[in-house]
Design a binder for this molecule. Structure first.
Ligand code: GRF
Length: 220
């Protein structure tokens, strides 16, 4: 499966994908790493691994549409089959989303549909959630909204802040994003409305599988 990965910053999720591919656990090839920010550390990571990079700076375009058209044509030229948003910090309009309909995925650092939007880690810490988490979802025209491929929950502690909770969430991001992409590479996912059905796990039973935080105490 050929991937175009879009980054704006540190690119630690990109690194997790690169590592899983190099370990032979993710059957994918990154054919393009693209950023709207020429200083994104994610580009540096890509170059270290000899991956093709492109910088398309939004500020260089008259409007969102022309910026997105440029990104679209670069992605199409790369032959990518899936667009992977990995900390890409620009809102994407229907121009872009329509060009890759059903072929864009994103990772969001919260258990959607709770805490969409910016600074989700800070929102969760300030709200006082007991469980925080992260979500990999298909991208549709509403922000942080499309069908969910996988989620992970982590404990949130009373003295957590954006940084400590965010770090705990990020560790899980680095595990669930490669897993979700591997399912896509294996063509094991099918959409039924908003439900994403994973083949090979039809017999999963939810019985006995739960995560309560803080832990239940005897005799509950
Ligand atoms: C992650 O928290 C991701 O969930 C969010 O942006 C952040 C990107 O981090 N969409 P990195 O650039 O992958 O390190």
């Amino acid at each position: 499966m050929k991937l175009a990965v879009l980054v704006s910053g540190s690119g630690s999720n990109l690194q997790a994908l690169i590592d899983r591919i190099e370990q032979g656990h993710l059957a994918a090839r990154i054919v393009l790493v693209m950023s709207n920010n020429k200083d994104a550390y994610g580009l540096e990571r890509a170059r270290k691994h000899g991956l093709p990079c492109a910088v398309v700076e939004h500020g260089a375009f008259a409007d969102r549409e022309s910026f997105e058209r440029e990104m679209t044509s670069r992605i199409q030229a790369s032959g990518a089959e899936l667009v992977v948003l990995a900390g890409f910090m620009r809102i994407l309009s229907p121009v872009f989303i329509g060009a890759f309909s059903g072929k864009i995925v994103n990772i969001h650092p919260a258990l959607l549909p709770s805490f969409p939007g910016l600074h989700a880690q800070r929102q969760q810490a300030e709200y006082g959630v007991r469980l925080g988490g992260c979500t990999v979802h298909f991208v549709d025209e509403k922000m942080d909204h499309g069908p969910i491929l996988i989620q992970a929950a982590v404990p949130a502690l009373p003295d957590d802040d954006e940084g400590t909770l965010g770090a705990r969430i990020l560790e899980l991001e680095h595990r669930i994003y490669p897993q979700a992409l591997q399912w896509l590479a294996q063509k094991r996912l099918r959409l039924n409305g908003r439900q994403v059905i994973l083949s090979g796990q039809e017999k999963l039973s939810a019985r006995g599988d739960f995560f309560v935080w803080p832990p239940l105490e005897h005799p509950f």
